[in-house]
Structures are given as structure tokens and as C-alpha cells.
Design a protein around this ligand. Structure first.
Ligand code: NI
Length: 178
């Protein structure tokens, strides 16, 4: 496994729609291993392949206290409700924004063995991460979803909520425990 550098806002790879994975083989499993390592190193709760420069539809979800897992060719097949959240992104370090996300999210994807799985989440960090990471595969960043520039806030360099997606309350509770 290799930690690969995170690509930042302004890098064209983040804006290109990623390509569908045709076959879940060892090269995809190596990519997933590198993504997982890079996400853990950067203290994110999710990462999408374009964030390490690879234009394929693969994301890794890494909820706190859970084993990270990949979603291959993930697709949001159902979403409902609205809620306001704070959000950050590994590719936009030093900022967080307040935006509207869905309350309930269902994603269809392939697992690491190429089998179809469905993930359902409601009103939690996972629901937010699923929408955020699927957005990355379409070249969309959370900053595109802000109602206005006033909803973007610059953080102090040491603020742990710089990490991908970590919400304000999670960031506060993570202080001292990590
Ligand atoms: Ni992100």
C-alpha cells in the first residue's frame, strides 16, 4: 500500500467525470488499498479515486471506529429529505462550508469482490459521506453546492474539521481522542 498525494481544488482530475470500472481485478484492489491508506493518513472519513489522481468510479468510506470499505461504481439510487450540515474536503484544505444534503440516501455499488451491494443511511455522517463521495466521481465538489460564498469559512490551520467531511461536532469530540 502506498500513500499517494491528495489532489487539490484547481487540479483538472477533480473536475473530470470518472470512468466506470469494467472489471474488479487486482489493479482495482491495489487502488482501493492505496486510497484507504491515503485517506487514513489524511484523517478523512471518505475518499474518491480522483482525489489521488485516478479517474475511476471508486470511493472508500471510512467512518470513525469502523473498518474502511470500498464502493465500486457507486450510484445514489434514492435520496429524500433535506438537512443543513457543515462539510469539508481533503481536496479543499483549510475551509469548511455549510450546505444542504439529503436526510436519507441509498447507494447501489459493487463490493471488492464485484458483487452488488446496497448501502442505506439516514441522518448521519454516512449519508453525508455517500453523497459527498459520489459527487466527486461526477467532478462536483461541495463548494459547488454552497448557496453563496458567505457559506464558506476559512479555518485555523490546526482545526481538525479540515479533514474530509468532518462536521463541527465530530471535530470537537475528536480532539484529544485521536
Ligand atoms: Ni471530498
Amino acid at each position: 500500500m502506498t500513500v499517494r498525494p491528495i489532489r487539490y481544488l484547481g487540479d483538472p482530475v477533480l473536475r473530470r467525470p470518472a470512468k466506470k470500472v469494467r472489471r474488479v481485478d487486482d489493479s482495482i484492489r491495489r487502488l482501493i488499498a492505496d486510497m484507504t491508506e491515503s485517506m487514513v493518513e489524511a484523517q478523512g472519513v471518505g475518499i474518491a479515486a480522483p482525489q489521488i489522481g485516478v479517474g475511476l468510479r471508486v470511493v472508500v468510506i471510512g467512518m470513525p471506529d469502523e473498518e474502511p470499505y470500498p464502493l465500486i461504481n457507486p450510484e445514489v439510487i434514492k435520496r429524500s429529505g433535506e438537512r443543513r450540515l457543515y462539510e469539508g474536503c481533503l481536496s479543499v484544505p483549510g475551509y469548511r462550508g455549510e450546505l444542504t444534503r439529503s436526510t436519507k440516501v441509498t447507494v447501489k455499488a459493487l463490493d471488492v469482490n464485484g458483487r452488488e451491494i446496497r448501502i442505506k443511511a439516514e441522518d448521519d455522517l454516512l449519508a453525508q459521506a455517500l453523497e459527498h463521495e459520489c459527487d466527486h466521481l461526477n467532478g462536483t465538489l461541495y463548494v459547488d453546492r454552497l448557496d453563496s460564498k458567505d457559506d464558506l469559512e476559512k479555518l485555523e490551520p490546526a482545526d481538525p474539521s479540515m479533514a474530509e467531511l468532518r462536521r463541527e461536532e465530530d471535530a470537537v469530540s475528536a480532539e484529544g481522542s485521536d
